[in-house]
Design a protein around this ligand. Structure first.
Ligand code: SAM
Length: 291
């Protein structure tokens, strides 16, 4: 197998030999610290029966470590210039495949059927390109792919929002969306120094354990998320005001107070104080009243 590449020296040498200048626009901040790689990989709880989808393998530092543990590794990379380099660093790992494409455009279900038909579980493991962190996570979750967990390096600020509990400034529609599908846990906070080049924001590794069952039973998921969105449109406004401007008119808004009461929610509360359970009650009561 090729030599491990997670060191600043080896990374710079590889990039230079292939004549590559990293693209900021693609979020290319490569990991060069073996300890962080180890933390990411061990959080995913891999074994030889498991499959891994990696997003953005870069030059393969994380891919190598995943291939050492998992039975099947598929990595999607948008930057064609990296493909010959990946071929070199993944030499000897025949169960690791690289697909050239944009993760936001690749159809993941057929990919899972093709590559992961015979594994006992699949993880997504990645040091994500930060300019599209949220769209990538939401795509993985909304498509309801058969995943055990998602272990990703992301901006610390986004990790805080994903794992936030009701009542604070970090809690919002992203917290609720992520926690509807998963149980989040911050694995570790990561210093800038583990990347080449170093990003301008703080980073964290987050583990999202994908739920087998959602925490609330919803009749209309899309409407639930619409109510959540509406409740945070103006964070400083009350739940009453946010819902009134989205779902009612001046003439009809007298209906809203009894609906909130029915759901057990004080009209003067702010959206950021409601739990997922309360949003479920609220969307049920609202849907019934508006039907
Ligand atoms: N995994 C490598 C590591 O940890 O050193 C690289 C991580 S780097 C933060 C993000 C990678 O995602 C880059 O290789 C970049 O080219 C790739 N990338 C950016 N946008 C992408 C997209 N839409 N689809 C797939 N890969 C993408």
């Amino acid at each position: 197998n090729a030599e491990d590449i997670a060191s600043p020296k080896r990374t710079k040498e590889l990039l230079q030999r292939h004549g590559l200048v990293l693209k900021k626009s693609l979020g290319q901040n490569f990991l060069v610290d073996p300890n962080i790689l180890h933390k990411i990989v061990s959080a995913a709880e891999l074994d030889a029966g498991k499959g891994v989808l990696e997003i953005g393998p870069g030059i393969g530092a994380l891919t190598q470590q995943l291939a050492k543990l998992a039975g099947r590794v598929v990595a999607i990379e948008i930057d064609q210039r990296l493909l010959p380099l990946l071929q070199e660093t993944l030499e000897g790992y025949s169960h690791a495949s690289v697909i050239h494409g944009d993760v936001l455009k690749v159809e993941l279900r057929p990919l899972f059927e093709e590559y992961f038909a015979s594994v006992s579980g699949v993880s997504v493991v990645a040091n994500l390109p930060y300019y599209i962190t949220t769209p990538i996570i939401m795509k993985l979750l909304e498509e309801k792919l058969p995943l055990d967990n998602i272990v990703v390096m992301i901006q610390k600020e986004v990790a805080d929002r994903m794992s936030a509990k009701p009542g604070g400034k970090d809690y919002g529609s992203l917290s609720i969306a992520v926690q509807y599908y998963c149980e989040p846990e911050i694995v570790t906070i990561v210093p800038h120094t583990v990347f080449v080049p170093q990003p301008n924001v703080d980073s964290a590794v987050i583990k999202l354990k994908v739920r087998k069952q959602p925490p609330v039973q919803l009749e209309d998921e899309a409407f639930f998320f619409e109510v959540v969105q509406a409740s945070f449109v103006q964070r400083r406004k009350t739940i009453y005001n946010n819902l009134a401007s989205r779902f009612f008119t001046k003439e009809t808004k007298a209906q809203l107070e009894p609906i909130l009461q029915q759901a057990g929610i004080e009209p003067s509360r702010r959206g950021e104080t409601l739990s997922i359970q309360e949003y479920a009650e609220l969307s049920r009561a609202l849907a019934e009243a508006l039907a």
